[in-house]
Design a binder for this molecule. Sequence first.
Ligand SMILES: C[S@@+](CC[C@H](N)C(=O)[O-])C[C@H]1O[C@@H](n2cnc3c(N)ncnc32)[C@H](O)[C@@H]1O
Length: 288
Amino acid sequence: MQIFDYKSTDLSKQLAQEYGYDEFLIRRYLTFFGQEETIQLLEANERPLKTSILVNTLRISVDSLKSRLESKGIKLEKIPWIPNGFWVLEAPFSVGATTEYLLGHYYLQEAAAMLPAFVLDPKQNEVVIDMCAAPGGKTIQLAQLMENHGCILALEVDLRRTKALRSNLSRCGVKNAIIFRMSALDLTQLDVQADKILLDAPCTGEGVIRKDPTRKKSRGPPDIEFCSALQTKLIDVAVNCLKEGGILVYSTCSLAPEKNELVIDYVIKKHNLKVLPTEIEVGESALT
Ligand SMILES: C[S@@+](CC[C@H](N)C(=O)[O-])C[C@H]1O[C@@H](n2cnc3c(N)ncnc32)[C@H](O)[C@@H]1O
Protein backbone atom coordinates (compact mmCIF):
# COMPACT_ATOMS: atom_id res chain seq x y z
CA MET A 1 0.00 0.00 0.00
CA GLN A 2 1.17 3.51 -0.78
CA ILE A 3 2.30 5.48 2.31
CA PHE A 4 1.38 9.15 2.07
CA ASP A 5 4.17 11.67 2.58
CA TYR A 6 4.31 15.34 1.73
CA LYS A 7 6.78 18.19 1.31
CA SER A 8 8.43 19.80 4.30
CA THR A 9 7.41 23.40 4.98
CA ASP A 10 8.55 25.99 7.50
CA LEU A 11 5.33 25.36 9.42
CA SER A 12 5.76 21.56 9.50
CA LYS A 13 9.33 21.98 10.77
CA GLN A 14 8.29 24.53 13.36
CA LEU A 15 5.37 22.45 14.71
CA ALA A 16 7.47 19.27 14.78
CA GLN A 17 10.08 21.02 16.86
CA GLU A 18 7.62 22.81 19.14
CA TYR A 19 5.56 19.70 19.97
CA GLY A 20 8.39 17.14 19.72
CA TYR A 21 7.12 15.05 16.77
CA ASP A 22 8.74 13.29 13.85
CA GLU A 23 8.15 15.84 11.10
CA PHE A 24 6.78 13.12 8.82
CA LEU A 25 3.64 12.95 11.03
CA ILE A 26 3.16 16.72 11.05
CA ARG A 27 3.48 16.97 7.26
CA ARG A 28 0.71 14.40 7.01
CA TYR A 29 -1.56 16.07 9.57
CA LEU A 30 -1.20 19.44 7.86
CA THR A 31 -2.25 17.91 4.55
CA PHE A 32 -5.08 15.77 5.96
CA PHE A 33 -6.58 18.24 8.42
CA GLY A 34 -5.26 21.75 7.58
CA GLN A 35 -3.36 24.10 9.89
CA GLU A 36 -6.10 24.94 12.40
CA GLU A 37 -7.18 21.37 13.09
CA THR A 38 -3.59 20.13 13.21
CA ILE A 39 -2.78 22.62 15.96
CA GLN A 40 -5.96 21.62 17.82
CA LEU A 41 -4.89 17.98 17.56
CA LEU A 42 -1.36 18.68 18.78
CA GLU A 43 -2.74 20.74 21.69
CA ALA A 44 -5.24 18.01 22.59
CA ASN A 45 -2.41 15.47 22.67
CA GLU A 46 -0.67 17.60 25.32
CA ARG A 47 -3.65 17.44 27.71
CA PRO A 48 -3.51 14.64 30.29
CA LEU A 49 -5.80 11.69 29.60
CA LYS A 50 -8.78 11.41 31.95
CA THR A 51 -9.00 8.00 33.61
CA SER A 52 -12.23 6.22 32.76
CA ILE A 53 -13.96 3.06 33.94
CA LEU A 54 -16.60 0.76 32.52
CA VAL A 55 -18.94 -0.66 35.15
CA ASN A 56 -19.08 -4.44 34.82
CA THR A 57 -22.79 -5.18 34.91
CA LEU A 58 -22.01 -8.91 35.07
CA ARG A 59 -20.88 -8.27 38.65
CA ILE A 60 -22.72 -5.18 39.95
CA SER A 61 -25.31 -2.57 38.99
CA VAL A 62 -24.23 0.92 37.94
CA ASP A 63 -26.00 2.55 40.93
CA SER A 64 -24.46 0.18 43.52
CA LEU A 65 -20.95 0.67 42.19
CA LYS A 66 -21.37 4.43 41.99
CA SER A 67 -22.42 4.65 45.63
CA ARG A 68 -19.63 2.29 46.76
CA LEU A 69 -16.96 4.34 44.95
CA GLU A 70 -18.43 7.69 45.96
CA SER A 71 -18.39 6.64 49.62
CA LYS A 72 -14.61 6.19 49.20
CA GLY A 73 -14.21 9.73 47.87
CA ILE A 74 -14.06 8.79 44.16
CA LYS A 75 -15.91 11.34 42.01
CA LEU A 76 -17.35 10.08 38.74
CA GLU A 77 -18.84 11.77 35.69
CA LYS A 78 -20.98 9.92 33.16
CA ILE A 79 -19.50 9.43 29.68
CA PRO A 80 -22.40 10.52 27.45
CA TRP A 81 -21.95 7.92 24.73
CA ILE A 82 -21.75 4.74 26.87
CA PRO A 83 -24.50 3.73 29.33
CA ASN A 84 -22.12 2.30 31.95
CA GLY A 85 -18.96 4.33 31.26
CA PHE A 86 -17.62 7.00 33.67
CA TRP A 87 -14.71 9.39 33.82
CA VAL A 88 -12.91 9.51 37.16
CA LEU A 89 -12.76 13.18 38.14
CA GLU A 90 -11.15 12.72 41.54
CA ALA A 91 -9.77 9.75 43.43
CA PRO A 92 -7.80 9.76 46.70
CA PHE A 93 -5.88 6.66 45.48
CA SER A 94 -5.36 4.69 42.28
CA VAL A 95 -8.62 3.31 40.88
CA GLY A 96 -6.68 0.21 39.81
CA ALA A 97 -6.11 -0.66 43.47
CA THR A 98 -9.58 -0.76 45.02
CA THR A 99 -11.38 -3.84 46.36
CA GLU A 100 -14.08 -3.20 43.75
CA TYR A 101 -11.51 -3.31 40.94
CA LEU A 102 -10.06 -6.57 42.25
CA LEU A 103 -13.59 -8.01 42.49
CA GLY A 104 -14.12 -7.21 38.81
CA HIS A 105 -16.83 -4.61 39.46
CA TYR A 106 -15.29 -2.38 36.82
CA TYR A 107 -12.63 -2.32 34.16
CA LEU A 108 -10.26 0.53 33.31
CA GLN A 109 -10.84 1.49 29.70
CA GLU A 110 -10.41 4.66 27.68
CA ALA A 111 -13.65 6.40 26.79
CA ALA A 112 -13.10 6.05 23.02
CA ALA A 113 -12.16 2.38 23.39
CA MET A 114 -15.63 1.71 24.82
CA LEU A 115 -17.21 2.38 21.42
CA PRO A 116 -16.35 -0.59 19.13
CA ALA A 117 -17.96 -3.37 21.22
CA PHE A 118 -20.96 -1.14 21.94
CA VAL A 119 -21.43 -0.41 18.23
CA LEU A 120 -21.16 -4.12 17.37
CA ASP A 121 -24.15 -4.64 19.70
CA PRO A 122 -23.94 -8.44 20.13
CA LYS A 123 -27.09 -10.32 21.15
CA GLN A 124 -27.51 -13.15 23.66
CA ASN A 125 -27.90 -15.97 21.14
CA GLU A 126 -25.09 -14.95 18.79
CA VAL A 127 -21.67 -16.32 17.91
CA VAL A 128 -19.15 -13.47 18.14
CA ILE A 129 -15.45 -13.48 17.28
CA ASP A 130 -13.06 -11.04 18.93
CA MET A 131 -10.04 -11.43 16.65
CA CYS A 132 -7.40 -9.48 18.60
CA ALA A 133 -8.64 -9.71 22.14
CA ALA A 134 -5.93 -9.04 24.74
CA PRO A 135 -5.90 -7.58 27.33
CA GLY A 136 -9.64 -8.02 27.06
CA GLY A 137 -11.50 -4.77 27.72
CA LYS A 138 -13.67 -5.21 24.67
CA THR A 139 -14.24 -8.94 25.26
CA ILE A 140 -15.54 -8.11 28.74
CA GLN A 141 -17.83 -5.49 27.26
CA LEU A 142 -19.11 -7.96 24.62
CA ALA A 143 -19.85 -10.51 27.37
CA GLN A 144 -21.76 -7.87 29.34
CA LEU A 145 -23.86 -6.92 26.32
CA MET A 146 -24.61 -10.63 25.78
CA GLU A 147 -25.32 -11.10 29.52
CA ASN A 148 -22.90 -14.04 29.49
CA HIS A 149 -24.98 -15.95 26.92
CA GLY A 150 -24.15 -16.99 23.35
CA CYS A 151 -20.51 -17.57 22.57
CA ILE A 152 -17.44 -15.39 22.13
CA LEU A 153 -14.30 -16.75 20.50
CA ALA A 154 -11.48 -14.55 21.79
CA LEU A 155 -8.22 -14.85 19.83
CA GLU A 156 -4.80 -13.49 20.77
CA VAL A 157 -1.43 -14.36 19.28
CA ASP A 158 0.89 -13.13 22.06
CA LEU A 159 1.35 -15.57 24.96
CA ARG A 160 2.03 -12.96 27.65
CA ARG A 161 -0.98 -10.92 26.59
CA THR A 162 -3.12 -14.09 26.44
CA LYS A 163 -2.36 -14.65 30.13
CA ALA A 164 -3.52 -11.10 30.90
CA LEU A 165 -6.66 -11.73 28.84
CA ARG A 166 -7.42 -14.91 30.79
CA SER A 167 -6.92 -13.23 34.12
CA ASN A 168 -9.07 -10.19 33.20
CA LEU A 169 -11.95 -12.33 31.87
CA SER A 170 -11.84 -14.46 34.98
CA ARG A 171 -11.74 -11.46 37.36
CA CYS A 172 -14.70 -9.92 35.57
CA GLY A 173 -16.81 -13.11 35.61
CA VAL A 174 -16.94 -13.69 31.84
CA LYS A 175 -18.35 -17.18 31.26
CA ASN A 176 -19.30 -17.21 27.59
CA ALA A 177 -15.82 -16.77 26.04
CA ILE A 178 -13.36 -19.34 24.77
CA ILE A 179 -9.79 -18.09 24.51
CA PHE A 180 -7.62 -19.23 21.60
CA ARG A 181 -3.92 -18.46 21.73
CA MET A 182 -3.38 -18.30 17.97
CA SER A 183 -3.00 -15.90 15.08
CA ALA A 184 -6.29 -14.57 13.78
CA LEU A 185 -4.76 -14.98 10.32
CA ASP A 186 -5.50 -18.72 10.83
CA LEU A 187 -9.08 -18.14 11.93
CA THR A 188 -10.57 -20.14 9.03
CA GLN A 189 -9.01 -23.27 10.63
CA LEU A 190 -11.64 -23.03 13.38
CA ASP A 191 -14.33 -23.46 10.73
CA VAL A 192 -16.75 -21.03 12.42
CA GLN A 193 -19.10 -18.59 10.74
CA ALA A 194 -19.91 -15.75 13.12
CA ASP A 195 -22.92 -13.48 13.42
CA LYS A 196 -20.64 -10.64 14.44
CA ILE A 197 -16.89 -10.00 14.43
CA LEU A 198 -14.83 -7.39 16.21
CA LEU A 199 -11.45 -6.71 14.62
CA ASP A 200 -9.68 -4.33 17.01
CA ALA A 201 -6.56 -4.39 14.91
CA PRO A 202 -2.95 -4.10 16.07
CA CYS A 203 -1.51 -0.76 14.95
CA THR A 204 1.16 1.88 15.51
CA GLY A 205 -0.98 3.71 18.07
CA GLU A 206 -0.81 7.28 16.83
CA GLY A 207 -4.13 7.70 18.62
CA VAL A 208 -2.59 6.96 22.01
CA ILE A 209 0.09 9.67 21.99
CA ARG A 210 -1.53 11.25 25.09
CA LYS A 211 -0.87 8.01 26.96
CA ASP A 212 2.47 7.25 25.36
CA PRO A 213 4.26 10.37 24.05
CA THR A 214 7.21 8.28 22.74
CA ARG A 215 4.94 7.52 19.79
CA LYS A 216 5.42 11.08 18.57
CA LYS A 217 8.74 9.90 17.20
CA SER A 218 9.01 6.14 17.50
CA ARG A 219 6.92 5.03 14.50
CA GLY A 220 7.75 5.78 10.88
CA PRO A 221 6.69 4.78 7.35
CA PRO A 222 7.92 1.12 7.63
CA ASP A 223 5.72 0.60 10.73
CA ILE A 224 2.69 2.03 8.96
CA GLU A 225 3.39 -0.20 5.98
CA PHE A 226 3.79 -3.31 8.16
CA CYS A 227 0.57 -2.67 10.12
CA SER A 228 -1.45 -1.78 7.10
CA ALA A 229 -0.43 -5.02 5.33
CA LEU A 230 -1.31 -7.08 8.43
CA GLN A 231 -4.64 -5.28 8.90
CA THR A 232 -5.58 -5.87 5.27
CA LYS A 233 -4.91 -9.60 5.67
CA LEU A 234 -6.82 -9.75 8.98
CA ILE A 235 -9.88 -7.98 7.60
CA ASP A 236 -9.96 -10.34 4.60
CA VAL A 237 -9.99 -13.31 6.98
CA ALA A 238 -12.73 -11.64 9.05
CA VAL A 239 -15.03 -11.28 6.06
CA ASN A 240 -14.48 -14.94 5.13
CA CYS A 241 -15.57 -16.02 8.63
CA LEU A 242 -18.70 -13.88 8.75
CA LYS A 243 -22.18 -15.31 8.10
CA GLU A 244 -24.13 -13.88 5.19
CA GLY A 245 -25.63 -10.63 6.51
CA GLY A 246 -23.27 -10.61 9.50
CA ILE A 247 -21.68 -7.47 10.98
CA LEU A 248 -17.99 -6.65 11.27
CA VAL A 249 -16.66 -3.74 13.33
CA TYR A 250 -13.12 -2.68 12.48
CA SER A 251 -11.32 -0.38 14.93
CA THR A 252 -7.80 0.90 15.46
CA CYS A 253 -6.06 3.34 17.80
CA SER A 254 -4.50 5.20 14.90
CA LEU A 255 -5.15 8.31 12.81
CA ALA A 256 -3.33 6.99 9.76
CA PRO A 257 -5.64 6.60 6.74
CA GLU A 258 -3.46 3.69 5.53
CA LYS A 259 -4.74 1.80 8.59
CA ASN A 260 -8.31 3.04 8.58
CA GLU A 261 -10.01 4.50 5.52
CA LEU A 262 -7.82 2.66 2.99
CA VAL A 263 -8.28 -0.72 4.72
CA ILE A 264 -12.05 -0.18 4.74
CA ASP A 265 -12.00 1.00 1.13
CA TYR A 266 -10.05 -2.11 0.11
CA VAL A 267 -12.37 -4.55 1.86
CA ILE A 268 -15.69 -3.04 0.82
CA LYS A 269 -14.62 -3.04 -2.82
CA LYS A 270 -13.16 -6.54 -2.74
CA HIS A 271 -16.11 -8.20 -0.98
CA ASN A 272 -18.89 -5.86 -2.01
CA LEU A 273 -19.72 -4.91 1.61
CA LYS A 274 -21.97 -2.14 2.84
CA VAL A 275 -20.88 0.49 5.39
CA LEU A 276 -23.54 0.97 8.07
CA PRO A 277 -24.13 4.15 10.10
CA THR A 278 -23.20 3.82 13.79
CA GLU A 279 -25.81 6.26 15.04
CA ILE A 280 -23.35 7.52 17.63
CA GLU A 281 -22.98 11.26 17.93
CA VAL A 282 -19.34 11.52 18.87
CA GLY A 283 -16.10 11.94 16.93
CA GLU A 284 -15.29 13.26 13.49
CA SER A 285 -16.13 11.90 10.06
CA ALA A 286 -13.49 9.84 8.30
CA LEU A 287 -11.44 11.20 5.41
CA THR A 288 -12.89 10.52 1.99
C1 LIG B 1 -5.27 -3.12 19.89
S1 LIG B 1 -4.78 -4.53 20.74
C2 LIG B 1 -6.32 -5.26 21.21
C3 LIG B 1 -6.94 -4.65 22.42
C4 LIG B 1 -8.16 -5.43 22.90
N1 LIG B 1 -9.16 -5.60 21.86
C5 LIG B 1 -8.82 -4.82 24.12
O1 LIG B 1 -9.83 -4.15 24.00
O2 LIG B 1 -8.28 -5.01 25.22
C6 LIG B 1 -4.29 -5.59 19.44
C7 LIG B 1 -3.94 -7.00 19.89
O3 LIG B 1 -3.76 -7.79 18.73
C8 LIG B 1 -2.80 -8.77 19.01
N2 LIG B 1 -2.38 -9.34 17.71
C9 LIG B 1 -1.42 -8.91 16.85
N3 LIG B 1 -1.37 -9.69 15.77
C10 LIG B 1 -2.33 -10.65 15.94
C11 LIG B 1 -2.76 -11.76 15.18
N4 LIG B 1 -2.19 -12.06 14.01
N5 LIG B 1 -3.74 -12.54 15.66
C12 LIG B 1 -4.33 -12.26 16.86
N6 LIG B 1 -3.95 -11.23 17.65
C13 LIG B 1 -2.97 -10.43 17.18
C14 LIG B 1 -1.74 -7.99 19.77
O4 LIG B 1 -0.90 -8.86 20.50
C15 LIG B 1 -2.63 -7.12 20.67
O5 LIG B 1 -2.88 -7.77 21.89
